[in-house]
Design a protein around this ligand. Structure first.
Ligand SMILES: *[C@@H]1O[C@H](CO)[C@@H](O)[C@H](O)[C@H]1NC(C)=O
Ligand SMILES: *[C@@H]1O[C@H](CO)[C@@H](O)[C@H](O)[C@H]1NC(C)=O
Length: 487
């Protein structure tokens, strides 16, 4: 056991020593190579054998992370790895002369570099990219990997926010050389997304690369560039939960304002509260959007909802006026009686004021009002003639009065004890009858007025119910429309 351990140990030491020796040898050769290569080398000039020759640069982008997408300022901040490859005609060597040394890594500022920049850069500091090392191969091939945080301008179209997708162009090209001096190619058809760190807000749907050659009017030289188009799709769950659903729920409250009893005095304030809540949401959206002509989808939804709620509040005010028409008003017109009280009340299941509240019936029973009122109100509920309970033909209503009158006329019907009393008090009975008739007329008129008020109240109630359903349907369809866009 001990022997074997010693053996392994000595083997490791031996191997390490040999490797060190090789390293030392390579280091020596690398030093020699470096001295020889860079003797008289200038990194200022384009390294081609013939000045007429074009130098080909290939470009490959790896997208590592999307750091920020600023819709308001239309700036995309991304973390990229930029790999550029080209051949330097002045940096070649015969690897056999240098003990098989086929590549060296040296700081990139020692060699000539193509001045490839991001054309649509939106950064305020034009700082140079990081001075990372390059890999120089014996045949002059140089590979330069540079990490870079780019801020690029990106035309953001927020028409479908929060269900939008965006396309951001990253255009790379040489700043000073034209296409006859430095030509640029893309290695692959698309940017590399294999190292992409998943973004919380955006899904990546590809990053195709195309080479464009632009020839400006003034000069005959072509100017090539490589454009990477980053296709982004917004993950809208966050916005659905924070902007859309609250608005949806609030907007469903608005039609319920029509259901609120008029006497609660809360009808208008409910509408106004809902309107204010929506305004807050709209401001939140407007703050994060660029002030462009395109109104985002959610903004349109807010505006439509707000318009609807304004309309509903205005209608509520009008209906409140109808509700409080009261006894001084004109009677309900015939057409309204037919259309609203007969047909619409049946369609919308409106029976009578307070009819569907059981508690109100209990109150009615305890009420000191006579049986007559309740009977009449029930008959009104059945939609039979409104005037009927008030007509003189009703027996229960006019019976005592009739009896009294008859009694006054001939005295026979009156339950008096003897005839002398009846004759003596005949004139005083007459006055009494007159007064009672007057009181009865007053009561009758009062009842008629009250019935008129009740009728107007019912008109208001039917209209309330009608608009409630109309607005419910509108809210529902608007919600369906906006959710439909989400797919
Ligand atoms: C550069 O690329 C063009 C087109 O692919 C090719 O014709 C040309 O030979 C290349 N030049 C060099 C120096 O490799
Ligand atoms: C982005 O680049 C592509 C390809 O060059 C081009 O068709 C498109 O118009 C560009 N988009 C913008 C907004 O510049």
């Amino acid at each position: 056991m001990r022997i074997s351990t010693t053996c392994i140990c000595s083997f490791i030491i031996f191997t390490a020593g040999m490797l060190q020796g090789i390293d030392a040898a390579q280091g020596k050769y690398a030093q020699m190579l470096f001295n020889e290569l860079f003797e008289g080398y200038s990194n200022a000039l384009r390294p081609v054998e013939d000045t007429d020759m074009v130098l080909n640069v290939t470009l490959q982008i790896t997208l590592s992370q999307i750091k920020d997408m600023d819709e308001r300022n239309q700036i995309l901040t991304a973390y990229l790895w930029i790999r550029q490859t080209w051949h330097d005609a002045n940096l070649k060597w015969d690897k056999d002369r240098y003990d098989g040394l086929d590549s060296i890594r040296i700081p990139s500022n020692l060699v000539w570099r193509p001045d490839i920049v991001l054309y649509n850069k939106a950064d305020d500091d034009f700082s140079e990219s990081v001075n990372t090392n390059i890999v120089l191969r014996y045949d002059g091939k140089i590979t330069w990997d540079a990490p870079s945080i780019t801020k690029s301008s990106c035309v953001v179209d927020i028409s479908y926010f929060p269900f939008d997708s965006q396309q951001c162009n990253l255009t790379f090209g040489s700043w000073t050389y034209n296409g006859n001096q430095v030509d640029i190619f893309n290695t692959l058809d698309s940017g590399d997304l294999s190292d992409f760190i998943e973004d919380v807000e955006w899904e990546i749907h590809g990053m195709p690369a195309v080479k464009n050659v632009i020839t400006y009017g003034c000069c005959s030289e072509p100017y090539p560039d490589v454009t990477f188009t980053l296709i982004l799709k917004r993950k809208s769950t966050f916005y659905i939960f924070n902007l859309l659903l609250p608005c949806l729920l609030i907007s469903f409250l608005a039609p319920l304002g029509f259901y609120l009893p008029a006497d609660s005095g809360e009808k208008v304030s409910l509408g106004v509260t809902v309107l204010l809540a929506l305004t807050v949401f709209q401001l939140m959206v407007a703050e994060s959007m660029p002030p462009s002509e395109n109104v985002p989808l959610i903004g349109k939804y807010y505006i439509a909802t707000m318009t609807m709620i304004t309309a509903s509040t205005a209608l509520t005010i009008i209906i409140m006026n109808i509700h409080y028409c009261g006894s001084g008003a004109k009677p309900v017109p015939q057409w309204a009686r037919v259309v609203i009280l007969d047909y619409m009340s049946k369609i919308f299941f409106v029976y009578d004021v307070g009819e569907n509240c059981t508690s109100l019936q209990c109150v009615g029973e305890q009420d000191s009002e006579s049986e007559t009122t309740r009977t009449s109100s029930k008959e009104q509920g059945r939609g039979e003639g409104r005037r009927k309970p008030l007509s003189k033909g009703r027996s229960s209503d006019s019976d005592p009065l009739e009896k009294l009158r008859e009694g006054g006329k001939d005295g026979s019907g009156f339950p008096g004890k003897n005839a002398r009393d009846v004759v003596g008090c005949c004139s005083c009975y007459r006055t009494l009858i007159k007064n009672i008739e007057y009181i009865a007329n007053c009561v009758r008129r009062h009842k008629a007025n009250h019935a008129k008020g009740v009728e107007w109240k019912k008109v208001a109630k039917v209209m309330d119910r009608f608009f409630m359903w109309i607005f419910f349907i509108m809210v529902f369809f608007m919600s369906v429309l906006v959710i439909d866009k989400a797919r």
